[in-house]
Design a protein around this ligand. Structure first.
Ligand SMILES: O=P(O)(O)OC[C@H]1O[C@](O)(COP(=O)(O)O)[C@@H](O)[C@@H]1O
Ligand SMILES: [Mg+2]
Ligand SMILES: [Mg+2]
Length: 356
């Protein structure tokens, strides 16, 4: 039983008492928490939850799963009724949802990925929801798309959930990262992972290696050196993971360190990365930096990027500080011409996994 632990509601109350958040933000996090519990219940029903939902192709051109649509609706309905928002942006909606006047009393904007890693639903692996909270503009008559296009540094809260063997809620309000586990029998999130910290060094990295031939030289150099292990320049053996579910990858990094990247590649030059800036990279970046890690494109901190569009994609490198710093250095070396070996046409045709 979990009754001796601090609940998420009590945690938010304490934050309010200490003057770290205002009551509106506390209520909004409570609404998001409720939405996540409903999504968790739907996800755990699997195919049983999926009937009678019409799915299509979302604005990214990706096929929606029924649970993407169900989770999106749950967030919309619960967070609108909570009266703390002016508007919402979601992976599953092309344009912002402006809260109708009768509920538009709040001071915040919510940006979310209702279900992350949804390609894992069919195989019953961990998925989650990701959210980012911004302050709504003051004194604006009309809320518009441009009001959501703000750098990640301006987030006032961010978090994600895991719908896995246990349901978890990871939260930052800008003063550290705390993890809560759902006690399913009583329906309450309780604080199980206070003050989460990412270790600065690691021996684990995560990348979708099937894209190897499209990687830029600095990324190839990094991965090659990790694979060489003890016999290479890193002088230690590395392990590799790829879950194809960013929420699960970031959680693993919060627990035991690591490096995760979906870097810029040449697969589709119209897309500067796979992951989305507003509802994947920014909230995860806020969490990772609050836990002592780093997030970068390889060339700049993601949290400083000024978004140009709602569904903008971006290169993501995040996790243990020393590894992200190393990758930043490799990008710098390459851009300044110092990484000559990797510019040679010979290297471009070599496979990291064949010729070691
Ligand atoms: O299938 P790939 O190319 O390995 O991509 C995996 C990545 O795509 C994502 O699933 C994208 O998220 P969505 O499921 O919300 O579209 C990430 O969670 C994950 O890191
Ligand atoms: Mg996602
Ligand atoms: Mg999604």
């Amino acid at each position: 039983m979990s009754y001796h632990r601090m609940t998420l509601s009590k945690f938010l109350l304490e934050q309010r008492k200490m003057g770290l958040i205002d009551p509106g933000l506390g209520s909004l996090i409570n609404d998001i928490e409720s939405a996540c519990k409903y999504v968790a219940a739907a996800v755990s029903k699997g195919k049983l939850a999926s009937h009678e939902v019409s799915v299509g192709v979302n604005v990214q051109g990706e096929e929606q799963k029924p649970l993407d649509v169900i989770a999106n609706e749950i967030f919309l309905k619960i967070c609108e009724q909570g009266d703390q928002l002016q508007g919402m942006v979601s992976e599953e909606m092309e344009t912002p949802y402006i809260i109708p006047p009768e509920h538009r009393r709040g001071k915040y904007l919510l940006i979310y990925d209702p279900l992350d890693g949804s390609s894992n639903l069919d195989v019953n692996l961990t998925v989650g929801s990701i959210f980012s909270v911004l302050r709504a503009p003051e004194g604006e008559e009309q809320l518009e798309e441009k009001h959501f296009l703000r750098p990640g540094r301006e987030q006032v809260a961010a978090g994600f959930t895991l719908y896995g063997p246990s349901v978890m809620f990871i939260l930052t309000l800008g003063n550290g990262v705390n993890g809560f586990t759902l006690d399913r029998e009583v329906g309450i999130f309780t604080l199980t992972h206070p003050n989460m910290q990412i270790s600065p060094s690691t021996k684990e990295f995560a990348i979708n290696a099937s894209n190897e031939r499209f990687w830029e030289p600095p990324v190839r150099r990094y991965v090659e050196e990790c694979i060489k292990g003890k016999t290479g320049p890193r002088g230690k053996d590395f392990n590799m993971r790829w879950i194809a579910s960013m929420v699960a990858e970031v959680y693993r990094i919060l627990i035991r360190g690591g490096l995760f990247m979906y870097p810029r590649d040449t697969k589709d030059l119209s897309k500067p990365g796979r992951l989305r800036l507003l509802y994947e990279a920014n909230p995860m970046g806020f969490i990772v930096e609050q836990a002592g890690g780093l997030i970068s494109t390889g060339r700049e901190s993601i949290l400083d990027v000024v978004p140009k569009s709602l569904h903008q994609r971006i290169a993501v490198i995040l996790g243990s500080k020393e590894e992200v710093e190393l990758l930043n250095r490799y990008h710098k070396d390459y851009d300044s011409g110092k990484q000559e070996e990797f510019e040679s046409p010979l290297f471009a045709t070599r496979s990291l996994f064949r010729n070691l």
